[in-house]
Design a protein around this ligand. Structure first.
Ligand code: NAD
Length: 440
């Protein structure tokens, strides 16, 4: 099949490369010229494990290409994917659909023959209807279907998630009749390589599909927030949150994933999607109070993390040096969007601390966003002269630090481990003053 992918960011680029690897012919389009230039030079503009090889192979085999001008690709496509950003709209928390609407306008005048327009971006319920209306208005003769196909990949494990998904949700307009059937056929063909024993495709109505994505993210955000509150309770009562998580997670009804206490969720999806869902629910008069509380508790938690550093340093960080290890919102990505490190660093600086930091892949993005933070070349450089080291993101390399060396480099051996990657007894034995999350 011929695919045009509008938006070549974390989702568009990974999806495009994976569809090409399935054997389809894919053109990835982006309006950012520097992104396209880099891709055409063989450089990958984001950090995602395995993506460089996947892109290189498929470009070499002629199935994957990149362009700023997608007109031809859209004209020839069986399916045009919209994978543009849907950030939080300034001022009210709703999803900003500017980029989605603009993409729909662009597509409308170009499509020829039956074309399936697929919304892969995370969009509020009813967006498919809007995209359909835009295309119909601009091009009343067009033969097309608008389908919702939300993406569930995780940054850092994106290729595996795309190629071995738990499910692929496809929402079609149920009143679409024959057109809906043709759209289902195109979507089944696109994802056919995933059919091993049975197809992972879950067909629903378009509105249901749009809501599934928000419901999934809100549920996961709520699960993280639940264990974070349990962690605080563990600290108050003298219990261990990791054992609580294990003790509840072994119950198959609960499951062990997303039960790691930490500094609060961040990233390009959970913060914006939870608030957008809250706004949609309010707009329809069906408020989701659990998610409202989740958003509120998580925001407060991120802000409270700097307080933990202050507390261990005698209630003040003024004039002290704090080293942050890990800046991205999670390991194995360079994505800094809504990362807890941003809130933590600015609170520490506001309280008078000097902040030094290191991240294995996020330094470039972080430097643009973290005014006043001194970026260092390694974890060891970052801890030099520090009064406290804070593990913010659990990159593997921080699990195997030479702690004797760290201790020698620091002004005093103090560690705040916001990801519980060390065992308190081990680290205290080395002479560190240590504080984790939710451990007695
Ligand atoms: P991103 O910001 O990395 O990429 C979006 C790209 O779209 C940018 O490169 C931008 O230049 C381009 N773009 C915008 N308008 C365009 C247009 N009219 N024509 C061509 N290119 C255009 O965003 P992302 O992280 O890939 O997210 C995209 C969508 O997928 C969002 O709705 C997000 O919520 C959703 N999503 C993201 C993830 C994730 O882990 N990042 C996971 C699942 C779903």
């Amino acid at each position: 099949m011929r695919v045009a992918m509008i938006g070549s960011g974390y989702v568009g680029l990974v999806s495009g490369a994976c569809f090409a690897d399935f054997g389809h012919t894919v053109v990835c389009i982006d309006k950012d010229p520097s992104k396209i230039e880099r891709l055409n030079r063989g450089e990958i503009p984001i950090y995602e494990p395995g993506l460089d090889d996947l892109v290189e192979t498929n470009v070499r085999d002629g199935r994957l290409s990149f362009t700023q001008d997608g007109a031809d690709a859209i004209r020839n496509a069986d399916a045009v994917f919209i994978a543009v950003g849907t950030p939080t709209r300034r001022g009210d928390g709703h999803a900003d659909l500017t980029y989605v609407h603009a993409a729909a306008e662009e597509i409308a005048g170009l499509i020829e023959g039956f074309t399936v327009i697929v919304t892969k971006s995370t969009v509020p319920v009813g967006t498919g209807d809007e995209v359909e209306a835009i295309i119909r208005r601009v091009n009343p003769q067009a033969d097309f279907a608008v389908v919702s196909n939300p993406e569930f990949l995780r940054e850092g494990a994106a290729i595996g998630d795309f190629k071995r998904p738990d499910r692929v949700v496809v929402g079609v307009n149920e009143t679409g009749g024959d057109i809906a059937e043709r759209a289902r056929t195109v979507m089944s063909e696109l994802y056919r390589p995933l059919n091993l024993n049975e197809s992972p495709l879950l067909f629903t109505s378009r509105r249901t599909s749009e809501l599934i994505k928000y419901a999934a993210n809100a549920f996961l955000a709520m699960k993280i927030t639940f264990i974070n509150e349990m962690a605080d309770l563990c600290e108050a009562v003298g219990a261990d949150v990791q054992q609580v998580a294990r003790g509840i997670g072994l119950d198959k009804r609960i499951g062990s994933k997303f039960l790691h206490a930490g500094p609060g969720y961040g990233g390009s999806c959970f913060p914006k999607d939870t608030i957008a869902l809250v706004r949609t629910a309010q707009q329809y008069g069906a408020p989701t109070r659990l998610i409202e509380a989740t958003v509120e508790v998580n925001d407060a938690r991120k802000k409270a993390m700097a307080g933990r550093v202050e507390k261990i340093l005698g209630d003040s960080v003024a004039g002290k040096t704090v080293a942050l290890l890990g800046l991205t919102f999670k390991p194995n990505t360079d994505d800094m969007r809504d990362a807890p490190s941003l809130t933590i660093a600015s609170a520490l600086i506001a309280a008078g601390a000097r902040v030094q930091a290191f991240d294995p892949e996020g330094m470039h993005e972080a430097a643009k966003l973290m005014d006043g933070v001194e970026m260092k070349d390694s974890a060891y450089d970052a801890v030099e002269g520090a009064d406290a080291v804070v593990i913010v993101t659990e990159w593997d390399q921080f699990r195997a630090l030479d702690l004797d060396r760290i201790k020698l480099l620091m002004n005093q051996p103090v560690m705040v481990d916001l990801r519980n990657i060390y065992r308190p007894e081990d680290i205290r034995q080395l002479g560190f003053k240590y504080r984790g999350i939710g451990r007695g």
